[in-house]
Design a binder for this molecule. Sequence first.
Ligand code: EPZ
Length: 420
Amino acid sequence: MDEIHVIGGNCLKGSITVQGSKNTVLPIMAASLLQREICVLRGCPRILDVCYMEEILHILGVVTWWKGHDLYLDCSKVCGREIASEYTGRMRCSVILLGALLGRNQRGVIGYPGGCVIGKRPIDLHLYALKSLGAIISEKNGKIQADCKKLKGQEINFPDRSVGATEQALLAAVLAEGETVLRNCAREPEITWLCRFLQKMGARIFHEKEGCIRVQGVTSLYGTEMLIPADRIVTGTYLCAAAASRGSVTVENAPEGEMEAFLEVYRKMGGQYEWKSGKLIANGAGIQFSVPFLETEAYPGFPTDLQSPLLAVLTTVPGISRIRENIFENRFKICSELTKMGAHIEVRGSEVKICGSRLKGCRLRAEELRGGAALVIAALAADGESVIEGVPFIRRGYEDICRDLRYLQAEIYMEDILSV
Ligand code: EPZ
């Protein structure tokens, strides 16, 4: 079992190139099922969630291979319609395969999705979208079965915004009969990238006004290729890592235009940044101001996925900071671990109050993806050594956090304790 060792105190500096976006590539891998040729995803991150999705696609009959970071998906011989819960239960994104399977062959049977333990994570909006398009849904024996003769375009007004449910509806609508209008869609960049990929496959998708997407069903889609954009959450994570050590970082390929809410907070804390010919140059030396109040919101608000990494930074900033988590019910799990390091944190329902202090290194345990990254960030600022368990959680979304942070002069390494 791996452990991450961090010796805190180094002031991070240097430049890195960030991996492709996890939350962009996963729905695009599912979308490849909608065509019967070959798709190529360039700059694909080699993370655990991509491996999990690849395994699921293999079960359905997709043949995949890699050339460096380029993932090839041959969907010409896909015949599977069923995915067991041992596979779907490893990630949240597996649920949108229903929409892709319905679009490809009018039937899908999947186990319930899994994913990080950050909240209840219901799928009612996903099923609402599929039923609206004419799917017959049954849930029994721990599985979800969806059938249809042919999906029919429909007006779908989402009662609440959901990234996954918007993706679900798009995957089902592109090959449906007639026109679908989706209202109150999620506005995350991942939705825009998925639409671009589907359009490159031949789908007819039109962005009406904010949060409204119109889809005109077509009869078939074709193989294509796309460069996966840089991961905005990994970029923000590494800016937090530099900020915790009051260091600086240049991200060579940062996704400009996708990080405004985060960068606004970074600047309010005393950080400085500029975009220069596609690079994000950030300097955290001046980070000294607490954040009196911040709340996570759907895009373009402050992203919930950067709430834990920012919280870790705020435990080192003098003064009182407050964060309200509006998206997920259980996203303060790392507070008990940070308290072990000497952080002063009070969790009150969906809000957390942080009083900055010095941290000391100790043994820590990650229980979910972004919380695990936040523990690494806190360890970088702490006095002495920290050991972080639960590395597979971090590997779900970070290709090699130790490698990347070593590029920034962090003293961090992975140890496989079984091999000791
Ligand atoms: C996606 O999750 C991301 N995951 C999450 O990233 C991200 O935090 C989240 O969007 C919000 O931006 C992937 O893209 C694989 P939602 P998703 O549906 O689609 C409720 C990470 O760390 N809801 O937008 O599951 C839900 O409970 C992960 O990379 C329903 O009530 O998020 C939540 O409160 C974590 N019913 C809110 O909506 C539903 O049917 C937003 O969830 C679906 C969602």
